[in-house]
Design a protein around this ligand. Structure first.
Ligand code: HEM
Length: 411
């Protein structure tokens, strides 16, 4: 075995197999403190590397390699799960499915994400945002995660799916714990127990809509028929559950990361205040800069090769979206936020057959929240000492607490 340290990364190459092995644990506090330099090391020293953590898996850190894996649904399967370590949450449809089922499921979900459907959610998103800001604006201080970043995406998703947006706590709480606490922690165990209760709520809603249809996504899915075939109860359950998992914590994390950046960079904030037309481009850049979902996994179905590494059937590959977004071969000055970056083909929403269905919705939620924050509490200041940063990177990368002070503006 050859062992070398390259820029602080231990790289081991076994002569027989030529496997590049690195130390990497995305659940460790050390990694969460600075994932970006670890990604830089990986990209520079061994862009496709194996780690023994969590039962062993391959890390793919460069843009082109990530795209290659994500686009090949045959060699790289999304079943049974796309997270490492296995979170124990299954039947997420279409996330944990492969073609041809994947296309069948996505076709059924597409009507909720057409440009027309997305535009129709806009007034309610603004209303939810303003209701949240109304609740704290006179106080002069707030906690931007629990009072804005968490409720707005949660209420938005709940409403179009067909749940009461006022119940957002019941849904967001368990997901939040699942996203932010590592495998084996008390909080994670509690989240899994709470998710069983959520499963019961989903099952009840599906049964209710069969008897009493409503104008929501659950009703549309219950009645969906393709070539005369309807979804089974289990499929319906998985589709609704995935809309919940997709819609809540991801967008919350994205807007929390953005608000922190703007508090720390008053010039960038002022530029957006002076030119709100720049907000959509800036949203894209914030999504690139700190991808709220750092990575998803695939399960290798046949022996293959990624980069210079031979990977065997049965192994797992971890596509590091967050690292690909900082690949200097694709993005000039990747570690800088360039508000008007163009083009900006980041991989935050994935790529290929499983590309995020909610991307346009997430972008719109972020734009509306930013517009309202910059208009109503433009001088918000987040005290860096009180920010709670991720202590582990399980699935989601976002700030969990952003206490802020501000002077209410008259708009
Ligand atoms: C900033 C916010 C968001 C981020 C970063 C994000 C990220 C992602 C990523 C990376 C994937 C690809 C998964 C893969 O390749 O295995 C995905 C899939 C998905 N997302 Fe999102 N997402 C966001 C918001 C949303 C929203 C708001 C919804 C809907 C309410 C949503 C619904 C979905 C669904 C249904 C899938 C599964 C697609 C499939 O497997 O075919 N996402 N998301």
């Amino acid at each position: 075995m050859d062992r070398t340290f390259i820029d602080g990364t231990l790289v081991e190459r076994t002569r027989e197999t030529e496997i590049a092995t690195v130390e990497f644990d995305q659940n460790s506090a050390e990694f969460a403190a600075d994932p970006w330099s670890k990604y830089e090391e990986l990209r520079s020293n061994c862009p496709v590397a194996h780690t023994d953590s969590h039962g062993g898996f391959w890390l793919v850190s460069k843009y082109d390699d990530v795209v290659k894996v994500a686009r090949d649904d045959t060699t790289f399967s999304s079943c049974p799960t796309t997270v490492i370590p296995d979170s124990g949450v299954y039947n997420l449809i279409p996330l944990q499915s492969d073609p041809p089922d994947l296309q069948r499921y996505r076709e059924a979900l597409l009507p909720f994400f057409t440009p027309k459907a997305i535009a129709s959610y806009a007034p309610r998103i603004r209303e939810f945002t303003n209701t949240c800001i109304d609740a704290f604006v006179d106080r002069g201080h707030c906690e931007l995660v629990t009072e804005l970043a968490n409720p707005v995406p949660s209420m938005t998703a709940l409403e179009f799916i067909g749940f009461d947006p006022r119940d957002w706590h019941d849904f967001a709480g368990p997901m939040h714990r699942l996203s932010y606490f590592a495998d084996g922690s008390v909080e994670r165990a509690q989240a899994l127990a709470d998710l069983e209760k959520m499963d019961a709520v989903i099952a009840t809603a599906i049964n209710d809509r069969r008897k009493k249809p409503a104008g929501d996504a659950i009703t549309a899915l219950v009645n969906y028929k393709k070539d005369g075939v309807m979804f089974s109860d289990q499929e319906l359950h998985g589709l609704v559950k995935m809309l919940l998992f997709g819609g809540l914590d991801t967008t919350m994390a994205a807007i929390s990361n953005t608000l922190l950046y703007l508090s720390e960079h008053p010039d960038a904030r002022q530029r957006l205040i002076d030119d709100p037309g720049l907000i959509p481009l800036a949203v894209e850049e914030f999504l690139r800069f700190e991808a709220p979902v750092h990575a998803f996994a695939r399960n290798v179905t046949t022996d293959t090769q990624v980069g210079d590494q031979k990977i065997r059937a049965g192994e797992k590959v971890y596509m590091l979206w967050a690292s690909a977004n900082r690949d200097p071969e694709k993005f000039e000055n990747p570690d800088e936020v360039v508000l008007d970056r163009r083009p900006n083909r980041h991989l935050t929403f994935g790529v290929g057959g499983h590309r995020c269905l909610g991307a346009m919705l997430a972008r719109m939620e972020m734009r509306i929240m930013l517009e309202q924050v910059l208009c109503r509490i433009p001088d918000f200041h987040i005290d860096p000492d009180t920010v709670r940063h991720p202590i582990t990177v399980t699935i989601i990368w976002g700030r969990t607490s952003l206490p802020a002070t501000f002077t209410p503006a008259g708009c």
